[in-house]
Design a protein around this ligand. Structure first.
Ligand code: F6R
Length: 366
């Protein structure tokens, strides 16, 4: 069942090119972003929406945080993202013109289900769920459904479910942009092309595994780690920190890099490795100056970047490069190294990778 792999988590990390290709098959075959991809009456449900509210837990919540950058920038819709267990217990100001999106790998997470029920009880009738398990509770309670096609995810730590959620959310974003007259033909062709090339680029990122394995010996003896990112890569830093703490039991935190000097910089010493997600985008110069702040305090940097960025390794700065910057879908690519890092650090520490202590795959209790 595991084939050449040692754990389900490793197998599922390596299944991502296929899982992503399967998830985007519908849109690639259609050769266009159309509302029908989300259900027969999707055009009616999505027409005229004025905002988006995303509800989810854990890794799915980080997929939602990533999507917020896309939905606001590309579809021009205000978007909020909230932890389902918080949303369900506060007095929400409902807006029936907002689309409620629930994200759940299992489709059975109690808090997410209850948050959806609560939203509906407030008159929020435009609901869409992105889910990996057909006919599970959350999609059954939603008007529109988009299934990710990651296949069964056995490892408790979510991997391929996250990247397939991201591509489903990107497809939804482009569809919303189109419905709103914000996607011209050239841009549509560009996005379709980016999706088409994505499985290959993910495979290139997976090929970095030997370099990442070599990094794991730096992390294995440590008790703390810090992850930094900015913009659309900040949620990827959060996801990297979550993966590391879940399966290796190393305390890891993520911060938007610009927030360092407002507190967490006080923690930085040579005892705390700092992982930086630093693709060659418009924020790279800012991230570089944040990296200098870390180096000046003796912090050791482990940087994931891509070929185009003009900086190399130096004293206390380790660099791994993805082959090329893939533009708007870059967060998908930069997820791969943080997953592999967590996996190899856990292996080095000898923890139970597929069944971390105290955790369950599907959280159907409060
Ligand atoms: C982390 C992880 C959890 C889940 C969360 C939500 O690796 O697996 O944080 O993401 O419990 O689960 P779903 O997506 O099934 O609602």
């Amino acid at each position: 069942e595991l084939g050449p792999y040692s754990h389900f988590m490793q197998k599922e990390i390596h299944e991502q090119p296929r899982a992503i290709a399967d998830t985007i098959e519908g849109v690639i075959d259609a050769g266009t972003f159309s509302a029908e991809l989300f259900g027969d009456d999707a055009a009616d449900v999505l027409a005229g929406i004025e905002g988006v509210q995303i509800l989810a837990c854990g890794t799915s919540y980080y997929a939602g945080m990533t999507a917020r950058y896309w939905i606001e920038a590309i579809a021009g819709l205000p978007c909020s993202v909230e932890i389902a267990s918080e949303y369900r217990y506060r007095d929400v100001v409902a807006n029936p013109k907002h689309l409620i999106i629930t994200l759940s790998q299992s489709g059975e997470t109690l808090d997410t289900m209850e948050a959806l029920k609560y939203a509906k009880s407030l008159g929020q009738e435009r609901t869409l769920s992105i889910c990996n398990v057909p006919e599970s509770a959350i999609p059954r309670a939603s008007r529109l459904v988009c299934y990710t096609r990651a296949g069964a995810e056995i490892g408790v730590a979510s991997t391929k479910a996250f990247t397939t959620q991201l591509v489903a959310l990107f497809t939804l974003t482009a569809t919303l942009a189109k419905l709103r007259g914000r996607l011209d033909e050239a841009r549509e062709a560009e996005y379709l092309d980016a999706l088409r090339h994505l499985p290959g680029s993910v495979q290139h990122a997976l090929n970095l595994e030997p370099q990442i394995t070599a990094w794991s010996e730096h992390f294995a003896p440590k008790e703390h780690a810090l992850f930094l990112g900015r913009g659309v890569h900040y949620p990827i830093a959060l996801e990297g920190a979550l993966k590391l703490k879940e399966i290796s039991y190393i305390h890891a935190e993520a911060y938007p890099a610009g927030e360092l000097k407002h507190g967490p910089l006080a923690l930085v010493t040579d005892a705390m490795p700092v992982v930086v997600i630093a693709p060659n985008d418009s924020l790279l110069e800012k991230v570089k100056s944040n990296m200098q702040e870390v180096r000046a305090r003796g912090g050791e940097l482990f940087v994931f970047t891509d070929e185009e960025s003009q900086f190399g390794p130096s004293e206390g700065v380790h660099v791994i490069r993805a082959p090329r910057h893939v533009g708007v879908l870059s967060p998908v690519i930069h997820t791969i190294p943080v997953q592999l890092l967590a996996y190899h650090v856990a292996l080095a520490r000898g923890t139970d990778v597929d069944k971390p202590r105290n955790l369950a795959k599907s959280v159907t209790v409060e």
